[in-house]
Design a protein around this ligand. Structure first.
Ligand code: NI
Ligand code: MN
Length: 225
C-alpha cells in the first residue's frame, strides 16, 4: 500500500488493489494542503471525529465520488442524514472492508459537527491494509491505554499529533510513541495554524532517542509501506 500526507491529520491510502481510502480530508481552508478537494478521489473515507479540521471536505468528496464514510455510529448517522453512504462502527469494534480492516480506539478529545450536531465520541483508528497496520490516533491527549493498543496490535506506522493546545504536544507525543511502540512514528496536526506550531524535527530526534524510527513527511509526500 501507499500512504500520502495531505498535511494536518489528512492522509490518503492507496491499497495494492487500487482502492483509495482518505482519512480526515481537511483540504479547503487548510493553508498547508498540497491539493484541492476537487482533485482527490475516494472509495472510502474514514473520519476520526467531526471537528471541521477533520470532517473537512469529506462530505463533498463522498457525494462526488460515491464514497463510503466509515465513522463511529453518531457521526455515521449524521452522514446518512445528509444523504451519504456510511458504515456505522464504534470504539473497540473492528470490521473487514474490501480494502482491509478498520478498528476504532478511544481518543481523549471532543466531537461536534461544524453545524453543532452531536457526533458521538472522538476516536483513533487502526487501519490494516496489505499486511501493514497504521494507528492514526485522531486528536487526543496522552493516555496510558496506548500501551494496551500497542500490546494488542503490531503497529507498523503510528500517526501522532504534536501541535499541542488541542492535542498532545511533542513531549506527550513522544511518551505516546514509547507506550505504543510502533515500528515508525510520524508527527501530524502541527504548523497548520499559528496556535499549533511545533518542530517535527524535535519530535523525530526524541523518538529516535528511544530507538524507534521516525519520519517527517512533506506535504504531498507519498511513500510505499
Ligand atoms: Ni479535533
Ligand atoms: Mn484537530
Amino acid at each position: 500500500m501507499k500512504l500520502k500526507y495531505f498535511s494536518h491529520s489528512a492522509f490518503q491510502i492507496t491499497a495494492n488493489s487500487g482502492k483509495v481510502i482518505l482519512i480526515d480530508p481537511f483540504l479547503t481552508g487548510n493553508p498547508t494542503a498540497p491539493v484541492t478537494a476537487e482533485s482527490v478521489e475516494a472509495d472510502f473515507i474514514i473520519l476520526t471525529h467531526a471537528h471541521g479540521d477533520h470532517i473537512g471536505d469529506a462530505f463533498d468528496i463522498a457525494k462526488r465520488c460515491d464514497s463510503l464514510i466509515i465513522a463511529v455510529n453518531e457521526l455515521a448517522d449524521y452522514a446518512i442524514s445528509k444523504g451519504l453512504k456510511a458504515h456505522n462502527m464504534h470504539i473497540g469494534g473492528s470490521y473487514n472492508f474490501e480494502f482491509g480492516k478498520v478498528k476504532f480506539t478511544i481518543a481523549h478529545h471532543g466531537s461536534m459537527t461544524p453545524d453543532g450536531q452531536y457526533a458521538g465520541e472522538p476516536a483513533g483508528v487502526l487501519i490494516t491494509v496489505d499486511g501493514k497496520t497504521i494507528y492514526h490516533t485522531g486528536d487526543t491527549g496522552l493516555f496510558y491505554d496506548m500501551k494496551l493498543i500497542g500490546e494488542m496490535n503490531h503497529i507498523d506506522y503510528m500517526l501522532a499529533p504534536i501541535g499541542d493546545n488541542f492535542t498532545m504536544g511533542i513531549d506527550d507525543a513522544v511518551k505516546a510513541v514509547e507506550l505504543t511502540n510502533p515500528d515508525v512514528a510520524i508527527p501530524i496536526h502541527y504548523n497548520t495554524f499559528p496556535v499549533i506550531e511545533a518542530d517535527p524535527e524535535e519530535f523525530k530526534k526524541k523518538v529516535e532517542a528511544l530507538g524507534i524510527k521516525s519520519m517527517v513527511l512533506a506535504y504531498g509526500q507519498e511513500f510505499e509501506l
